[in-house]
Design a protein around this ligand. Structure first.
Ligand code: PLP
Length: 374
């Protein structure tokens, strides 16, 4: 920090210049986040100073959090789910596994996750002292329930399924995992960080939420397909006891108990999520998802014309192209200011078609891709 400050105008000029180094969203086809809805931004700013670290000081904002949880619970077929808004899918997943561990009371716990699970479960394992076992996938990159079943032992405290995998957007057979979980009396967590605000609005139905009896908890992120502001994920539990398993007493605060991982916690992104849910409603999300999926179909046709096969038939708005040397193609695209990612198993060029992507953007992108592939 300098000894004396500079004017606000100078600082803002400085910030604008620095921000120019960031990639503009219209060139990003790799992110699972998007431009927040303008109303979300406005609501965020209205609540910028709120802190749900001590909700008794902010009862209005706390009420907004309860409303968001209630709206998500109803959408996900668990009218009485219990939960809270976290900083992201990572925190929600960590806290879900922490609740399962605390409830189990087991000494050397393990959790079975799909081979395709998000790396937040590796973080959870490290933090919580849990072993992670990775189950095999089938040819369509869904977890193989038989492989999950084979990995279960007396120390298994939870199974995990993903609804909208990070790399390929695939939905695991949550109903099959549920049967296993119920028959073995094991906690089942669904990571719907990405897919939770896509799958309910698709034409095709996929069982993935609390309608499936064995689902104990679920992660869903408004800061991904919800067009909310960062940070906003929700962790939902079917039973209140699971939330109770996360309780810590908070002696010096006006509120006596916390279930959250974070202490100080913004209410701004909660207000943003509330605003965008109220404004868009289910019909608004249906329109957004339909638009993204239409663009996915457009890519499918265009890449088929170019002779590029897909890794799997897209289920959600993630499409993976089987090109030769995907890292090289991604790096050539980067030279033309396009930001795409690559997948590991199998190797492919991965595009996430988020709401900020338009047909015009894709036309320019696909022209560049065609030129690069020759
Ligand atoms: C399926 C899934 N789970 C969890 C996460 C982690 O979410 P976050 O980056 O918000 O912590 C992601 C991120 O892309 C994800 O795709």
């Amino acid at each position: 920090m300098d000894e004396t400050g500079v004017t606000e105008t100078e600082v803002l000029g400085l910030l604008r210049r620095i921000k120019e180094r960031d990639m503009p969203f219209e060139r990003i086809l790799s992110s699972m986040c998007t431009m927040p809805h303008p109303l979300a931004i406005q609501a965020h700013m209205e609540f910028i100073e709120t802190n749900l670290g001590d909700p008794t000081l902010f009862p209005g904002t706390k009420g907004l959090e309860e409303s968001v949880i209630a709206m998500l619970s109803a959408l996900l077929h668990a009218p009485n789910a219990h939960g809270y808004i976290t900083t992201g899918g990572t925190e929600s997943n960590i806290q879900a596994i922490r609740a399962a561990r605390n409830l189990s009371g087991k000494k050397n716990p393990n959790v079975i996750v799909p081979g395709s699970a998000h790396f937040s479960f590796d973080k959870a394992a490290d933090i919580l002292g849990i072993k992670i076992k990775k189950a095999q996938l089938d040819e369509s990159l869904k977890v193989d329930p038989a492989s999950v079943e084979m990995l279960i032992d007396e120390n298994t405290i939870a199974l995990v399924g993903t609804a909208g995998t990070t790399e390929f957007g695939q939905v695991d057979p949550i109903d099959e995992l549920s049967k296993i979980a119920l028959s073995r009396d094991i906690f089942l967590h669904v990571d719907a960080a990405f897919g939770g605000l896509v799958i309910p609005f698709l034409e095709e139905e996929y069982p993935f939420d609390f309608k499936v009896k064995g689902v104990s908890s679920l992660t869903i992120d408004p800061h991904k397909m919800g067009a909310g502001t960062i940070p906003s994920s929700a962790l939902l539990f079917r039973d209140e006891a699971c939330l109770g398993a996360l309780a810590t007493s908070t002696p010096y605060l006006a509120s006596r108990m916390q279930h959250t991982l974070a202490g100080t916690r913004t209410g701004a992104s909660i207000a943003a999520t509330y605003a965008v849910f109220k404004h868009l409603g289910q019909s608004g999300y249906k329109r957004i998802v339909a638009r993204c999926m239409k663009l996915v179909s457009m890519i499918e046709k265009r890449v088929a014309d170019m002779g590029i096969p897909l890794v799997i038939q897209p289920v959600t708005n993630v499409i993976a192209l089987r090109v030769d040397s995907p890292e090289e193609v991604a790096s050539k695209l980067r030279e033309r200011n396009w930001y795409v990612s690559t997948t590991l198993r199998p190797k492919s060029l991965r595009l996430v078609i988020m709401p900020h992507i338009t047909e015009e953007i894709l036309n320019t992108f696909l022209t560049d891709l065609r030129e690069i592939l020759g």
